[in-house]
Design a protein around this ligand. Structure first.
Ligand SMILES: Cc1ncc(COP(=O)(O)O)c(C=O)c1O
Length: 380
């Protein structure tokens, strides 16, 4: 409990907030917020049409209905011009996201939400360490949830937390803490093994084979994965979903938070290198007006032939990310179980077919830049 407490305090200080709750994963945090907001069967929840499938899943677990809004090509977030048309008198919540660390237009979202008496939740799973109007991400909505899963701004392997300014939501979340199950000894041992592998065995030579092995093993529940077995291919809540946060996770979090400032600085610096390079070749790049808030968890680019680009990256030992290769990542194919009609979201479809994510904290940025330049003709 002591470790969890000091981890909580460190996060509260960084995020400048009082009410903070720890959960096994970010998605569990989202589920808890929705519950704390009283979401029930028949309620409608607006969310981006370019997200991780666990987000609509948390909505569906409560019997509520996800209502998707198409994406903006420049921010990879909800297209604000399409938001109002999605609101009805059954809408209870708008979930906005900071995809790859890029903020949504929170003034407009909050102003619409206030007009219609709707709650807002910020999905900050990519946005820890970034800012919005000078304040740490997560401060502008009724509640926000974060993820500390692998590859997030700082990691506990698996993990999440929630913040809220609302005393009512905080009090409901406190009540919800009680029925949570606790991570098992097996969970903790698995996590510790994975921390070891990540720290000592992952390098440019092992990255791709180990990632593939991890995805395969976790799919078959042979190792603790970001999602358990069939979790993401189903809309049913898995057993033991509503779980708390262990002291092993807190210890790892405290360790990784120590380097956060330096890591964020390096990410921004590397992002600038990418922008300069893309600009030189007249390619699309992250817009300068988005820079100030952006934590640069990843640097998204669009490529003409993703399969080719990814295979070249693997051959050249470049650690590219393939996040959001589907509007409801990582589900490829039929999305009707999530009440998603692909025809209605052309931008999300286009972006998810062409996006790759450049790493912002590689050991050797020069090699990645050289790779990008060598393959510049493949970039949109
Ligand atoms: C946009 C988005 N929301 C929610 C989540 C869920 O986070 P977690 O894996 O911690 O449950 C993810 C996972 O990466 C995500 O990308």
């Amino acid at each position: 409990m002591k470790l969890q407490q000091s981890y909580k305090q460190s996060l509260q200080k960084i995020l400048q907030c009082e009410n903070l709750f720890l959960f096994w994963k970010g998605r569990v945090g989202l589920y808890a917020i929705l519950k704390a907001m009283g979401i029930k069967q028949g309620d409608k929840i607006i969310l981006p049409a370019y997200t991780c499938v666990v987000v609509p899943n948390a909505i569906l677990y409560l019997g509520a209905t996800p209502v998707y809004v198409d994406t903006s090509e420049s921010t990879y977030n909800m297209d604000i011009n399409k938001l109002e048309a999605a609101i009805t008198d059954r809408t209870k919540v708008i979930i906005c996201q900071n995809t790859y660390g890029l903020s949504s237009n929170l003034e407009k979202i909050n102003s619409l939400a206030q007009q219609h008496n709707i709650y807002t939740i910020e999905d900050c799973t990519h946005g820890f360490g970034g800012f919005y109007q000078g304040k740490p991400n997560g401060q502008f909505c009724d509640a926000a949830f974060f993820s500390t899963q692998w590859n997030k701004p700082f990691s506990t392997g698996i993990g999440g937390f929630v913040i809220t300014k609302s005393a009512k939501i905080a009090s409901n979340l406190q009540q919800l803490e009680k029925p949570k199950s606790t991570p098992t000894l097996k969970d903790n041992l698995s996590l510790k093994t994975l921390y070891f592998v990540k720290r000592y065995l992952i390098n440019e030579f092992t990255y791709w084979p180990l990632i593939k092995l991890y995805r395969l093993l976790s799919k078959h529940n042979l190792v603790l994965g970001s999602s358990s077995g069939g979790e993401i291919s189903s809309t049913k809540m898995p057993e033991n979903f509503f779980k708390g946060f262990s002291s092993a996770q807190a210890k790892e979090g405290l360790r990784n938070l120590k380097t956060l400032t330096e890591v964020m600085k390096v990410r921004k610096q590397n992002a600038n290198f990418y922008t300069e390079l893309l600009k030189k070749f007249n390619k699309r790049h992250v817009a300068y007006e988005l820079y100030e808030n952006h934590g640069f968890l990843k640097y998204p680019i669009l490529v003409k032939d993703r399969e080719l680009f990814l295979s070249l990256a693997e051959k050249n030992r470049i650690e590219l990310g393939d996040w959001f290769i589907s509007p409801l990542h990582p589900i490829i194919g039929d999305l009707t179980s999530w009440q998603f009609d692909a025809k209605l979201f052309p931008v999300a479809n286009f972006v998810s077919q062409h996006v790759v994510n450049l790493p912002t904290n590689p050991d050797n940025i020069d090699r990645v830049l050289a790779f990008v330049e060598d393959n510049i003709n493949l970039i949109v």
